[in-house]
Every structure is written in structure tokens, then in C-alpha cells.
Ligand binder design. Sequence first.
Ligand code: NAP
Length: 259
Amino acid sequence: MKTVLITGASSGIGKAFAELFARENYRVVLASRSEEKLNGIAQQLREKFGAITSAIPADLAQNGGPDLLYERLKEQDIEIDVLVNNAGIGSFGPLHEQDIRSELEMLQLNVQSLSHLMMLFLPDMVARGSGRILNVGSTTSFYACPLSANYSASKAFVLSLTEAVANELQGTGVSVTALCPGATGTDFFRSARMDGQKVADPKALMSPSEVAEIGYKALMNEKTFVVPGFQNWLLTQAPRFFPRKFVTRITRSVLEQKL
Ligand SMILES: NC(=O)c1ccc[n+]([C@@H]2O[C@H](COP(=O)([O-])OP(=O)(O)OC[C@H]3O[C@@H](n4cnc5c(N)ncnc54)[C@H](OP(=O)(O)O)[C@@H]3O)[C@@H](O)[C@H]2O)c1
């Protein structure tokens, strides 16, 4: 039986991944800060799918977070076949008005910790000659987003890192894929204080399970990246056809629109 580690598994896209991997007969290891929520989901997966589950509380916005998570897994002799690097948060507003500490925490989680986890798990996977990593980026991986400047830059990092490492891993039996969703119906917009914006309009959101299914398929097919939904894919193509400054103006005007 293969084992998947999913970060940010307590809600949204991570929780949808947990259900999907449990359905596919994986042993599922759930990680995020909320131990109680993780235990509840682990129990649901056991009841619904007969899955073997573990819940490991981890704050991945803290410096030692990824190391602690890796050590906990080693202590329990759990070998990871698939890493879903999903935990991530957003923020909203001009950079000069943001709380510095919160922005740095976001960068630590979205950028540093995602790369740190890859660096921890990749050597084991390469030594075994098998393994898969899914990094959750965003449609904003493809263009700059004013009013979400650090967030969009963090997601550009995710795509760039994934594309580079996917190339390095050729012939090793290990693959890495970036999943780049557009607006999805999760807690993300509320946490980022963006739920009053049109971009969070419930009518326009993809469901987390739909996004997870598309990510899973791309991961299994060893794609370097995937953008769920045709409209989202079209958006990511804009910088290829229009001047970057124009695309940046458009993304700002989209983010400014209120519900
Ligand atoms: N929803 C969208 O529209 C959208 C679009 C593009 C990309 N994404 C990306 O999708 C990923 C999942 O987000 P989501 O939409 O599913 O949002 P969500 O429902 O808010 O889930 C975020 C997850 O990250 C975890 N998390 C937050 N801070 C953490 C920390 N310090 N340490 C460990 N885990 C932490 C949360 O769990 P705890 O609170 O329990 O720690 C939660 O499980 C993120 O990377 C996000 O950037 C989302």
C-alpha cells in the first residue's frame, strides 16, 4: 500500500485530496495546524473508505515546521510515496498597508516550507527510484497580481521551482507536478479577507473535489503542471499574447471588483 502525505489537509483542496487518495486505497497522512479537525477527517476516511490514516499537527509557517513533520514520520517508520504540498494562504491589499509579520508568515508557508518539504522528501524518493510530488500553485503563478503581490509572487515561485525540478528529475522515477487552480470554493477567500470581492463569487468557483481530481490525474500522468478549467487556462495564456503591464492592470481591476 502506498502512502500519501497531504499538507493543509484540514479543509478545502487538501481535504478533497485526502478523500480522493483514501478512495484510491492510499494510506493517508494528514498535516496542518488543527489537530482536532485532522482527527475528525481521519476518522471519516476510516469509516467511509476503510482507509489507514494518521494525523500529524504541524505549523509549517514556523522555521522548524517541515523538519518536525519529517522527524515525526521517521519516528513512526512511515515512508512517503506521494507528497501533496498543498498548505498555503493568501492576503489582500496593497503591500505597503500589509502587516509585515503576516506577510512573512505567508511567504514562509507558501514558499520556504514548500521547498523545504521537497528537499526533505526528494532524496529518499530518488534513492528508491520512485515517488511523486504535487505542489499547489495558482493561476496567479502565471502573472503578477496587484493587491495580492506577495501571494502571486509566492505562487510564481511554486511553478518555477516545479518546472526546474521536474527537468532535474528526468530518468529518476520521481516526478513533480504543479497544480495551478483558479478561484475555488474553500476557506481561502475568507482567510485572506477577500470574501467581499467578486473573484470569490460562489457562482464562479470550481469545487475543491473537481480541482483535486484534475490535480490527481496530472500527477499520475507525470505532467509538469496543470490548470483546472478551460477559462482558467485561457487566463494563464494572457501574458503570451498581451503586454505584461496590460495583464497586470487587468488582474488588478478584476481583484478590485466587489460582490
Ligand atoms: N481557493 C482558491 O481559490 C485557490 C486558488 C488557487 C490556489 N489555491 C491554493 O490552494 C491551496 C489550498 O488552499 P484552499 O483553497 O484549500 O484553502 P483553505 O481551505 O483555507 O485551506 C488551507 C489549508 O492550509 C492549512 N494551513 C494554513 N496555515 C498553515 C500553517 N501555518 N501550517 C500548516 N498548514 C497550514 C490550513 O489548515 P490549518 O488552518 O488547520 O493549519 C488548511 O488546511 C493553497 O496553497 C492555496 O494557495 C487556492
